[in-house]
Ligand binder design. Sequence first.
Ligand SMILES: NC(=O)c1ccc[n+]([C@@H]2O[C@H](COP(=O)([O-])OP(=O)(O)OC[C@H]3O[C@@H](n4cnc5c(N)ncnc54)[C@H](OP(=O)(O)O)[C@@H]3O)[C@@H](O)[C@H]2O)c1
Length: 276
Amino acid sequence: MNVGFIGTGSMGSILIESFIKTNALQPKQIIAANRTFQKAERLAAAYPGLRAARSNIEVVLESDIVFLCIKPKQFKKVIDEIKRVVLPEQLIVSITSPVLIRHLEEHLRCKIAKMIPSITNYVCSGATLVMLGNRLNTDDAERLENLLKHISKPLKVSEEYTRISSDLSSCGPAFLSFFVEQFVNAAVEKTGIPKEEAARLACEMVLGTGLLLTAGGFSPESLRERVTVPGGITEEGLRMLSMDLEGTFERLIRSTHNKYHEELEKVEGLFYNPTQ
Ligand SMILES: NC(=O)c1ccc[n+]([C@@H]2O[C@H](COP(=O)([O-])OP(=O)(O)OC[C@H]3O[C@@H](n4cnc5c(N)ncnc54)[C@H](OP(=O)(O)O)[C@@H]3O)[C@@H](O)[C@H]2O)c1
């Protein structure tokens, strides 16, 4: 099986490197193109056997599965470029939430799936959110899932919940890192603890908490309750946090969903009203 990548920016290169590191794919099974050719060339130099293609068409011609790792506004151009050479038996997988399966099925005659990765896949952890189009059969679905299993826990989700699932799974690492960053900066500023020490403590805490919440049998609620001694220091911190953060997550979700709908409208404009 040959796997192609169109776009080798942040997520395209993470996926390629993770598939190679986990032996899900050998470099010689991979062909990649990127608008700035040097990025694809760098991957070819780092992983002998991997082919850097000069065009997106070349990627499609040589692949069974093609991952589209480009931004929403770049889709129309790439789809127009590849649609003449795509074959019905090929599988195209988009990794972008505001481009819907229906947009791709309407413009390409091949099998279509959507897969939303997470930076956590770089360490073979976290979920990949999987949505399957109507043209995939059971074998296609299994083939995709087997590939993704090497780097993640593939989780089938309904496209209706793509945005909220992506907020949790793909934006989540940035949100959690922001929390850690703020916590560490405040610790340094308020107490003078060396930054490196504070950061190491906080990062080890995140790792341990993640393990407890997955393999360790705790839910977020039961873990919080276990740590919080009534009348103790944690309880005091939580009391302050719940007052100050009231409504924060509702506002967070509203803002990501507003942005998603804006992008969805732009994508629809590009696909159905190209003069806009
Ligand atoms: N980053 C994440 O954690 C994450 C997680 C889940 C999903 N996603 C989704 O993944 C998609 C890509 O995100 P990203 O963070 O990887 O963005 P990125 O770093 O900007 O990568 C996009 C790549 O696409 C290339 N490109 C643009 N137009 C192209 C064309 N016509 N043909 C071939 N290549 C082209 C760009 O090339 P240049 O080098 O010329 O700019 C760039 O390297 C986004 O839709 C995002 O929502 C990202």
